[in-house]
Design a protein around this ligand. Sequence first.
Ligand code: BDP
Length: 712
Amino acid sequence: ESGIDGWLRYAPLSPEMASNFTQYTSIIALGNDETSPVLTAAKELQDGLNKILKQRANLSYDLATSTDVADVIVVGTIHNFSHAGGDVGHIPPLKEDGFWLDRSQNNSVQILGQNDRGALYGAFEFLMLLAQGKPCPFGYVSNPSAPIRWINQWDNLDGSIERGYAGPSIFFENMAIQDDLTRVSQYARLMASVRLNGIIVNNVNSHHDLLSPRNLAGLGRVADAMRPWGVHIGVALFFDTPKSLAGLSTSDPLDPDVIAFWDRITAQLYQHVPDLIGYLIKANSEGQPGPLTYGRTLAEGANLFADALKRYGDGVVVYRAFVYNHHLDESDWKNDRANAAVEYFEDMDTQFADNVLIQIKYGPIDFQVREPVSPLFCHLRKTSAIIEFQVTQEYLGQQSHVCYLPPLWRTILDFDLRIDGKPSPVRELLSGERFKWKRSGYAAVVNVGSDSTWLGSHLAMSNLYAYGRYAWNPRSDEVAVIQDWIRLTFSSHPTVVNVVTGISMESWPTYENYSGNLGIQTLCDIVKTCHYGPSPAAMDNNGWGQWTRADAHGIGMDRTVATGTGYSGQYPREVSQIFEKIESTPDNLLLWFHHVPYTHHLKSGKTVIQHFYDAHYEGAANVQTFAPRWEALSGLIDDARFKHVLFRLKYQAGHSLVWRDSINQFYLAKCGIADKHGRVGHHPWRIEAEAMDLTGYTVVPIAPFEAASGSK
Ligand code: BDP
């Protein structure tokens, strides 16, 4: 098993289990348009029945001849079903992309979508239940929480992927779209099965060549490859394209030639991609040009693209809130990168065109192991928002460490921002309920590559699966989600389900334990910008504003209004009051909001420094159990995936020791306060290089010192 089918392997049920199911004679597709997800759904049903139940059902298109026939599966839209004489009176209202699943007494199945895409989603639901040995439910409705459920790929035109850990791009190579888009269709299939409906195909750090005539045509081919799966595409734009591609003297968003340029490009793009979902814009961020470069406001920049889109279609501008100065002066204690998004956007709420959405990373810094929810969500009412998650584990072990993310996402989605003193959980903002937004929802940076595992690690795929499930229903239960994924991906054997559930559910808290605790951020390298491996020293003395403010006496950013950077004041009063005071700030975010001595006592009774030591020992100790627990799966799953995962878990066990010892030694050296249990410096389980017999190696000094034994 290579992993290429992800959770859509459709492994055969045992003959006993298969015998519980009816013999489906035919699948009736209400529509036979080659590009329609309804036809895709019918073919997928045929394939799934064949693989899971070893049944060969035929495909037909006429409901009239078969309404009363037993053992058929009807798939289509509510509209087409009713048009063909089917009874839809009893079906509850469906939202866009929603679906209805039902089973009659004579074992016929109805899979009806609010639209084509809904029909496909219903077909996948039916098949994924079947693959777990579960029958089609009676009268079951499923509706999405939000209309926008998108992926952002950070693929470059040369085929590399920013923060991608699974080989080169499936979309691009040599500054052009790939000729063979087979993997792109397969990706769309995976996306559709978890009800993701849109994708921005290129990096937010975009390149003007994306818009060359050859690439515009190529984007048309990408859209064609994904459309049958109900997945529509959009692109990320380079703000200075008018200058760099068309040779204009400016890219000023109010300049008539610039407006005409984007108008022309948009018209051409719509010719190739008539159902374009829109543009994603990263501007005035990390060296990218933007409207501020030309003395214009962020809204003027966004509206430039919004107006062009409006003239040709329904696309939206997704404008990223990730605008900040990456040359921040650390000597000023009032400076704080976390403040940036609200400072830039708070007065803009009424100024954006109605087809502009603001895309906000879940926390105010950058995909850290723990962050409070971005306060910008409290400052938009008229302008709707999209949250940005990251499935690619940029700061979370880069797919070499297992880190199941839904427990982290829930700390954000369930957080009640108390806007205007009313219940305001983030998931209700994103659904549009709270401020009556028409279009809002979810984006995740996914970065699949051409490796057959898609993400570079089989276990990492649970995050892609779960992302779709959460965007559809943010109240999903993280254990139920991982267990569905395990049964579909590996096996329903109880040992497999228990072991993988255990490792997955422990993985994020464990990673937090041996990386950065108490809200101090991930503590990984950020200077060389690989964002991997421990480097607590790098988390100060940098212009990126990712600071811990650790010195000999204390640690943490004072972000209070009273004495700090004022960040806590960006939340509504009820929330800001919690974070403003040390006593009411939860331990897990203490150092995010406060600068305290290492000897400060947490609510747990431990001091900050002792908590650091203990958590790093506990985290690393727990990872040592992962590989032995996984070994119980030998013979219960295929050998290829068994070994692949085992190798990674063993690697992670070793690397967690590097993390543990680096962080502990660094802070011991910084504050001079010994570990109460005398462990730091003794390195349990570690094999030192100097204890090995090495040939062909040279001993060199290592920086940072704490990452090596005796600095060598
Ligand atoms: C950071 C990444 C960088 C991205 C940037 C972004 O390190 O590669 O370009 O975010 O989101 O996390 O724009």
